[in-house]
Every structure is written in C-alpha cells, then in structure tokens.
Design a binder for this molecule. Structure first.
Ligand code: AKG
Ligand code: FE2
Length: 686
C-alpha cells in the first residue's frame, strides 16, 4: 500500500519543526530523557547522544526468540537461514532481515519504523566500518527480493543484534527477534561515491506495544484513533526522468532514481547534511486484514516431528520456556543449557530439554542397493581417479584394495560382504546395537570456522586417549565404553595390524576410538587427521548408509603456495600437483647450482603466478559400504592430503581408531586409553 500521492512543487521548501518520536514515545522519567524529548534533534542523533552519555535505556518486554550466536539463530528460524548476510531471501522473496552494528549512515529505529541500508557491495574500512565499494544494483537478487516482498505485502521478520546503537536501548541478548514488519519504501542514496539502497520498514501490528519500547512506555494509541493518520510524505515527479520520488529529508526533495542525471541533487547541488522529514518518519500505511503472516516468527517445529533421523530433526528449535534458539547438540535431542559449555544465562540456566525417542532403523531402510554395492564396487573403477591394486586372497573374505600415493602413504580399503556382515556380533549386529546404546554422541563447535559457534555436521564421541580432530572432544575411558565399542576396536586393531605389517611397517595398536554418527544430510567436510601427537595409521569401520570418501591434495601443496600466494618454503612437489614438471625443473636448476636461491625464488614466484585458483580435484574416490574398513597409513598422507566423507542416506556410523602418543599426557588420560579385549571382542578377520 503506497502512500497516496500528493504532488509537491518541484524542490519544495523544507518543512522544519520538532521531530517527535513516532508512535509511542519515551516515557522514562529521567531528566536526560525529558531534555532529549524537548529537543529538536533527529532521533539518530538522540541515539548517538545516548550512546555517548548514558547507558542504554531498558526495554519494556522480551523478544519472542533470541540467540547468542548466528548459527543457533539461523538453525532455529526457518525465515532467517542466512548465517553471514543481513538479508534472508528465498524464491525471490525476502523473509528475514537482521539489523546489527552497521545500519549505514542516515538510519533510524523507533518503536514502529526502521530505516536502514540494504547489505551487499560493502567492505570494511580501516576502522571496521562497512563502506560501499560498488553501486548497488536494482536487479541484484537481494534487492529484487525486497522489491517483491514490498509489492506482495509479505511481512518480514526482523532481528536486532545488540551491537546496534541506533535504537539506543538495552537489548537483552546478542540477537533478538523484533516482530513482523512491512516494507513501506525502498530508495537509493549516494553513499560516498556509490549508490546504495535504503529501506523503510513499518511494524505490521500497530496496536501492540513493541517489546523494545522504553520500559514503562504507554501502550500505543490504536491506529484508527491516532490523530496523525492523515500524515503522508510528499511525492513529486522528476522533470528530468519522469519518475516519482518521495521527499525523505527535511532539506528538500530530490530525485532518488539512481539512473537519473538529477539523482541526489537539491537545487542542482549534492546535499551536505540530511535529516529525516517528520512526515516521512511519522506516516503509517493503514493496517489491512488482507495482509497475512505466511510463517510463524517462533515456529513450533516439535509439535509435528516424529522421526529422529531426518534432516529437519537436527535443525534448531526455540526453547518453549525461555525463547532461546537451541541447536540440536545431542544425539537424543535438545537441551536449552548445555552441560559442557558455559551457560548463556549465568546463574539462571534454563532446564528445558526435549529428547526424542530414537527408533531403531533397520539396515534395509538405510541401504538402497542392499548387499549389491560391494560387488559392484569390486568390478568397476572410474578412471578419473587412482585405480587401486586388487587383492582377493590375502585378507579373504575381504577384498583388499590398495591405493598407493608415492612418497606419501597408502590407503587400504577392505571391502566387506554379506557373509562378513551377518556374522554374530558382526557389522549388522553392531549397527543395531549402536543405535540402542547410550554412547554420549553430540555435536561440538568447530574450532576454525568463519562464523563463531558453527557446529559440526555430525555427532561425535571419543573413547580412550584424548584426541583433538576438527573439534575438541572430551574423552571417555575405555573402561566406560559399551561392549560394542570394544568389539569395533577389536576389528580396527585387526585391520591396522594386517595392513600395516603387510606393507612392511611396524603397526602401533590403536589406543583411541572416535565414533561419529551421521543423520540424514550430515557429513564431514575436508580435513586431515594429522595432529602431531598421532601415530601414522588411522583405521575406520563404516556401518549403515553407504558413503563417498574423497581424498585430495591440500591447497598449498597442490599450488605450491598458500592462498595468500606465499610460496611454500619446503615444497615437496608431489605427484599430480599443479605445474609439477616446471616446479621440478626449477628445483633441479637450484640443486644443480645453475641458479642461486634469490633467482630461484624470483622465478618460482613468476611461475606460480600461472597457477589457477581453486582447490585440487580429488584423486581418490571410495564408496564405503556397510562393514567396510579403511586404513590410511603415512604421516605425510595427513600432512599433504585431506579427506571428506559424505553419507548418501540417513544413519551411518564411522568408528575410527588411532594411536595417540603417550608423551605429555597425564596419568588420568593414559588410564583412559587402557583396555583388554575379551575373547569375543577380538576379531579373527572372518
Ligand atoms: O566418517 C568417516 O568414515 C571418516 C571419519 C573421519 O574422517 C574422522 O573421524 O576423522
Ligand atoms: Fe578424518
């Protein structure tokens, strides 16, 4: 619903006067407030004065949902899945918007109206402020989604972060869901030398007090009883481009069409300082019963959820007791306050938890090509990848596939089959038993992630000696491990011993076991298992859904330089790396004394400039089926290569055993790694 057009004379004079907070104004009784209220300052200036002079003002209520980190927020709110950007759109419609530290210059927030920049095209300057580096484009997908949501009157959920200083109020949490808003205006401004988009939102429900209103503020006057309902901003047509623009600023009307020659000029000159026109701040689109909320601000995801392994079952929920967004960190469900991690509500932890019964899934329901895959795998290899050596004899009834990477290491894939899997206490039974045991599986925050608080996309639990992989996982002693874990350890010790000794090395028996649990849509991204305290052998048993394991050279070894283009000091020039021949020829010249170090470095830099960017393509692709074992051997395999595993259906377990060097570990930690296998836990290779 656009405001009714009220043409004004071109370049109409400024309507000056007192700027009142729109809607329900402040009612805090402080003298500062009284003096601010009687001032003629623009609300943004008031907010910045507040920021400088006093602590933010307490708010009246509490948000319907909140979070302490972006991943938890986006995990629980289907209408704001944007972990990094400020706008969430899908299918060309905008559904959610986040206001945080930087709303841009000339922004405004009060109880009913928000004026902010639209993200995109920005970079951070030396002071950490976002600066526009390119013109924003009307056709960009973000902006297009805002135009569409405006046109179709789609209410948009808005979230405010506590780094936002424009509102000047004490926000209770890091991220706070505000309410539904409608987009009333979208226009362009000149920001520095660039053109950037701005948007004005109006709260959908004008009759309810906003929770972020100043504490004790009176309820808003119902819309149809307001005496300023007639207020409309002025609208005028540009003589040059023929398009209409609203008068947004006190200082005068301007054409706001970015393509027009007269864009952003008042009386032919670019404006110097601008303040919002009170009519632009105070006008309200009339509420309409035809405008529908298409989604819930606080969705009740649990009420209709029955299955515990499907993708939606490991999304976040909003705590029904305290409104916090909580991700599913536990195999069995959600806990509002995480036992292991400091509470976000110190002194007042919320005890809400929701555990869902885990149905025991049959193997058949997670394996499509039941029993067929291992046979297929043994007959066909894709020539795009390294072809393994095939050996059907040595470890019969397993088929042994060996991938050798010269000067690096080897990977042995032991292909299981129906006879192995169906033996008593074999993989079929293990798959069943692991689903019923209380193993302590949970998701942990990734140590190195772009967005703090991002959790792994799989559940993990560590037994035996402590091991840090992509996350830091507390370890349980083998004396606490259920029998099926020890039985798996028996298989993995067998696989380690058989493959490593056959390759002519002395095997080190594993003293640690990491169990990973994957629900539908989960995976482990590229990583290495190359912690310095680790032995060179890593053995994994796969149970349940089929998965694809990929191995690729790490970026810096493939390209001979880091992503910041710093050449490797000690480049191993591995088989298959980019420009391998040229890199080797140059190295040979250095070793042969034909060029000096300085010349070598200079020519190497020139050579590496030819490198393309992007990650190396994987060179080994393995299809891991239920019951298969994989043994990676060689410290350099972890140093120079990385691996990822993506299951293709719901429910898979991976049990990985390693040898952790005892140096530097406490007596307690060493004790956790001690175990004796009972005869039924020792594996005989059948
Ligand atoms: O899921 C798998 O098979 C591999 C797991 C893995 O790479 C690891 O535990 O480090
Ligand atoms: Fe791994």
């Amino acid at each position: 619903m656009a405001p009714t057009k009220k043409p004004v004379a071109k370049h109409q004079a400024v309507i000056s006067g007192r700027v009142l907070r729109s809607g329900n104004s402040f009612s805090a009784g402080t003298s500062l407030w009284k003096s601010l209220l009687s001032s003629t300052l623009n609300p943004s200036k008031i907010a910045s004065l507040i920021e400088e002079e006093v602590a933010p003002i307490p708010v009246d209520g509490s948000p319907p949902a909140w979070a302490e980190c972006r991943p938890e927020l986006c995990d629980a709110l289907p209408w704001f899945r944007s972990v990094q950007g400020g706008v969430y759109h899908s299918g060309n419609l905008c559904f959610g918007f986040l206001l945080d530290a930087d709303c841009g210059i000339r922004s405004h927030i009060d109880d009913e109206v928000i004026i902010t920049r639209v993200g995109g095209g920005c970079t951070k300057d030396a002071q950490g402020n976002l600066t526009l580096i390119k013109d924003q484009d009307c056709d960009g997908s973000t902006l297009a989604s805002l135009y569409n949501s405006k046109q179709l009157n789609i209410p948009i959920g808005i979230i405010i972060g506590n780094r936002n200083t424009i509102l000047g109020r004490q926000l209770p949490h890091r991220y706070n869901v505000m309410d539904y808003f409608l987009i009333s205006d979208i226009w362009f401004e000149k920001v520095g030398e660039k053109k950037g988009a701005k948007v004005r939102f109006q709260k959908l429900d004008l009759n309810q007090k906003s929770w972020w209103a100043v504490k004790g503020a009176p309820a808003p006057v119902p819309y149809n009883m307001r005496d300023n309902n007639h207020v409309q901003p002025q609208i005028a047509v540009c003589f040059d481009c023929g398009l209409t623009s609203t008068q947004i600023y006190n200082e005068g009307w301007m054409c706001l069409s970015p393509g027009c020659r007269k864009f952003w000029k008042i009386d032919g000159a670019a404006p110097v300082a601008l303040t919002f026109h009170p009519d632009f701040l105070n006008y309200r689109m009339a509420p309409s019963e035809h405008i529908k909320q298409h989604y819930s601000l606080v969705p009740d995801l649990l009420s209709s959820l029955k299955e515990s392994t499907v993708r939606i079952s490991w999304r976040g929920i909003v705590c029904p007791w305290c409104s916090k967004c909580i991700s599913r960190k536990f195999w069995q469900g959600w806990k509002c306050t995480d036992d292991g991690i400091a509470s976000s509500q110190p002194g007042n932890p919320c005890l809400y938890q929701k555990m869902i019964p885990m149905d025991v899934l049959s193997l058949r329901s997670v394996i499509d090509e039941f029993e067929l895959s291992p046979i297929k795998r043994a007959l066909y290899f894709d020539s795009k990848y390294i072809i393994p050596e095939i050996d059907d004899i040595t470890l019969y009834p397993y088929r042994k596939l060996t991938y050798n990477i010269p000067r690096v290491g080897s990977i042995t894939h032991l292909v299981s089959n129906r006879a192995i899997n169906s033996r008593v206490n074999g993989p079929d039974d293990l798959f069943d038993q692991l689903q019923q045991a209380d193993l302590g599986l949970r998701r942990y925050p990734l140590q190195q992630s772009v967005v703090a608080g991002t959790l792994t996309a799989h559940f993990a639990v560590n037994y035996g000696m402590p091991y840090k992989y992509v996350v830091s996982v507390g370890s349980k002693g083998f004396d606490e491990a259920p029998s099926e874990i020890l039985r798996a350890l028996g298989r993995l010790s067998w696989a380690t011993e058989k493959t490593v000794s056959a390759a002519g090395y002395q095997p080190l028996s594993p003293n640690e076991l990491l169990l990973l649990g994957y629900l539908e849509g989960m995976k482990i991204g590229y990583h290495d298992d190359g912690e310095s305290s680790l032995g060179p052998t890593i053995a994994t048993l796969s149970l349940g859904a089929k998965s694809t394991m990929l191995i690729r050279m790490k970026y810096k070894y493939y390209h001979g330089q880091s992503k910041a283009k710093v050449p490797l000091a000690d480049d191993p020039i591995l088989e298959g790396c980019e420009l391998q021949k040229q890199r080797q020829a140059l190295r040979d010249q250095l070793i042969g004394g034909h060029i000096a170090q300085v010349g070598y470095e200079k020519r190497l830099k020139e050579l590496l400039r030819q490198c393309r960017s992007g990650e190396a393509a994987p060179t080994i692709k393995m299809e891991l089926n239920h019951g298969d074992l994989v043994v990676m051997h060689g410290a350099r395999l972890q140093k120079h290569f990385e691996h990822s595993v993506i299951p293709d259906s719901r429910l898979r377990f991976a049990l990985t055993a390693r040898y952790i060097k005892p140096e530097g570990l406490s007596a307690d930690e060493l004790k956790k790694g001690q175990f004796t296998l009972s005869p039924d836990q020792i594996y005989d290779g059948q």
